[in-house]
Design a protein around this ligand. Structure first.
Ligand code: GLU
Length: 451
């Protein structure tokens, strides 16, 4: 494992002490710190004025009660969070996650990652993240609406188009953004389209925002392979998850000629040796809000389903592996399996889906490995394009928007590759992404003084 520079060691110790019991946040900070030794050796000014300490400390953390009434008339209480991490480059920007695993440490790790990811897009957006430990699984549409309204009743006073602009993440899609936007509009009496992104097309959303993270991920993979004289065409791929990111990554991979043989949800994974039928996956997950096991029941021959806990999707041989489900879903053992089976590319569609030992194994091998803060930045980049359209009261075509997304992703790829080269580690996208993202945020923070 890469060592932490001795000048950075005390900073990391303090981060661990003052954020005790938040392992995911520590993990995200350690990964960035491992890359920063080379930066501070070259640019010691970044060690001045507590800059790195400030980058690791959120500007503001909000925790609130979210009471709501379920369909049985019972009062339920959840906890809501918004961590406004860094606003040096623009208003705080980042999604809202509804999942029972959410706690302040999870939101903090996501906000920290988001800060560097957003910087890599070169768009004027700071970093933030929010969410709740609310579990939307099995909840009726009315319950979801009441929950979103209660969540926004508190959140509205902390956000705004120039302050903080939330969007979706796990458990929060177009439906939830609609309910939250409706409540924000009612409470503030303002049609402030730029306060949320991921909106529906009928009320100020951007074309291609739902597709953006998955498409952007595949644009990044295409650039990585191209830079190494290879292409997506004809390759076998495995994509974990079956939500928004996974589905549109699958669509773009198929468009570029890959055969995608497996996807998953929290119940397990399904394999279709002939190549996944994406329409069927979307029908099951988006329309019926069902389980991925139904795919095997409906399609039958040539397909199989493995229940969660009885195997991992990463056992399925492939050349392209895209973890698009959640944090720490791909561990060292999984990485070893993938490498043994001849994987060529691993690119993160989710936030921090590879554990540190998986990352270490992938970086040591011949595999092209792209960290989430670079590879999945297409979603938030297109959110910034949505803010741009809202600010100019304009609406772009699908093709125009995807073209911008493609340019942004190609640029992120090139910047990461060039930065890695400049700092003496050609091909190391982790180092490239961490350094390029950090330098952008750090330069702006230095210019703004100690705030
Ligand atoms: N939740 C997404 C992410 O992790 C998108 C955030 C946004 O669009 O603001 O980047």
């Amino acid at each position: 494992m890469t060592r932490i520079d001795e000048k950075l060691e005390p900073i990391l110790t303090t981060v661990k002490e003052r954020n005790a019991g938040e392992p995911e946040f520590h993990q995200a900070v350690i990964e960035v710190m491992e890359s920063l030794g080379r930066v501070v050796a070259k640019h010691p000014q970044f060690l001045e004025e507590g800059l790195i300490e400030r980058i690791c400390e959120p500007e503001r953390q909000i925790i609130f009660r979210v009471p709501w009434i379920d369909d049985q008339n019972q009062v339920r209480i959840n906890r809501g969070f918004r961590v406004q991490f860094n606003s040096a480059l623009g208003p705080y920007k980042g999604g809202i996650r509804f999942h029972p695993s959410v706690n302040v440490g999870i939101i903090k790790f996501l906000g920290f990652e988001q800060t560097f990811k957003n910087a890599l897009t070169t768009m004027p957006i700071g970093g933030g993240k929010g969410g709740s430990d609310f579990d939307p699984k099995g909840r009726s549409d009315r319950e979801i609406m009441r929950f979103c309204q209660s969540f926004m009743t508190e959140l509205h006073r902390h956000i705004g188009e120039y302050t903080d602009v939330p969007a979706g993440d796990i458990g929060v899609g177009g439906r939830e953004i609609g309910y939250m936007f409706g409540q924000y509009k009612r409470l503030t009496n303002r049609y402030e389209a730029g306060v949320l992104t991921g909106k529906g097309l009928s009320y100020g959303g951007s074309r291609a925002r739902p597709e953006a993270t998955g498409f952007g991920l595949v644009f990044f993979v295409r650039s990585m392979l191209e830079a190494h004289g290879d292409s997506i065409d004809g390759k076998t791929a495995v994509v974990s998850g079956s939500g928004n990111v996974a589905c549109f990554a699958i669509r773009k991979l198929q468009k570029y000629g890959a055969k995608v043989v497996a996807c998953s949800d929290s119940s397990g994974y399904v394999v279709d040796e002939g190549g996944l039928d994406l329409d069927l996956v979307r029908e099951i997950k988006e329309k019926r809000r069902g389980r991925i096991s139904e795919y095997h029941r409906i399609k039958g021959t040539g397909t199989y389903f493995i229940e969660a806990g009885k195997g991992a999707i990463w056992d399925v041989p492939c050349e392209i592996a895209l973890p698009c489900a959640t944090q720490n879903e791909l561990n060292g053992k999984h990485a070893a399996n993938l490498i043994r089976n001849g994987v060529r590319v691993v690119a993160e569609g989710a936030n921090m889906p590879c554990t540190p030992d998986a990352v270490e194994a992938l970086r040591r091998s011949h595999v092209l490995y792209a960290p989430g803060k670079a590879a999945n930045a297409g979603g938030v980049a297109t959110s910034a394009l949505e803010m741009q359209q809202n600010a100019s009261r304009d609406s772009w075509t699908f093709d125009q928007t995807v073209e911008r997304l493609d340019e942004i992703m190609t640029n992120i790829h090139d910047v990461c590759a060039e930065t890695a080269e400049e700092y003496g580690a050609p091909g190391d996208y982790v180092l490239g992404a961490n350094i390029a993202g950090f330098v952008r945020v750090a330069d702006a923070m230095r210019a703004l003084g100690v705030v």
